[in-house]
Design a protein around this ligand. Structure first.
Ligand SMILES: CC(C)(COP(=O)(O)OP(=O)(O)OC[C@H]1O[C@@H](n2cnc3c(N)ncnc32)[C@H](O)[C@@H]1OP(=O)(O)O)[C@@H](O)C(=O)NCCC(=O)NCCS
Length: 142
């Protein structure tokens, strides 16, 4: 367990560091505008930092009463399986408060979520995607 990891709710977060983490953890790519909306439009997000570097993230959107959605759970590959994802999930659930249902979509860490009271849904997940490809910009190396 990394004792020095520092967690914050909706604290300082730059789009470029979030971009690097989401790409490293799950190959996810977002445009600059999408990253800005992820940061400003989420009800709350959790950051995990090691000596200032962003090593974990998760976010939540909620109507405050009926439903909430947890998304973009990501821990840097070098820091995975050390309890950081669990702490992020705990903080997101805590900050969500009393809603009837919290949804999340997982394609890997099912046991983590089942252990925390999430049940696979008997309903199918339907996704309507906008058909716009977002190309990742070449890394400037900055
Ligand atoms: C999923 C993720 C956020 C969990 O964060 P973490 O810090 O590794 O999680 P924790 O150490 O708190 O908990 C680990 C538990 O999560 C589950 N888990 C984590 N990564 C897993 C993986 N790749 N496959 C299966 N289970 C996984 C296991 O139950 C594990 O428990 P165990 O180590 O006792 O077996 C992180 O592994 C990650 O970023 N993975 C890649 C991106 C991804 O899959 N995101 C999830 C989209 S929903």
């Amino acid at each position: 367990m990394h004792k020095k990891i520092q967690y914050a709710i909706s604290g300082d977060l730059q789009p470029d560091e979030l971009d690097r983490l989401l790409f490293a953890a799950s190959n996810s790519t977002y445009s600059a505008q999408e990253l800005a909306c992820i940061i400003s439009g989420s009800t709350a997000y959790v950051t995990a930092r090691d000596s200032g570097s962003l090593v974990g993230f998760g976010r939540m959107l909620s109507d405050g009463a009926v439903l909430a959605y947890i998304n973009n759970m990501a821990v840097s590959p070098d820091y995975q399986r050390q309890g950081i994802g669990q702490t992020i999930l705990d903080m997101l659930i805590e900050v969500t408060g009393e809603v009837k249902s919290i949804f999340l979509y997982s394609y890997t860490a099912d046991s983590l979520y089942v252990r925390n009271g999430f049940q696979p849904s008997e309903k199918r997940l339907y996704v309507r995607r906008r058909r716009i490809a977002v190309k990742r910009q070449p890394d400037s190396g900055a």
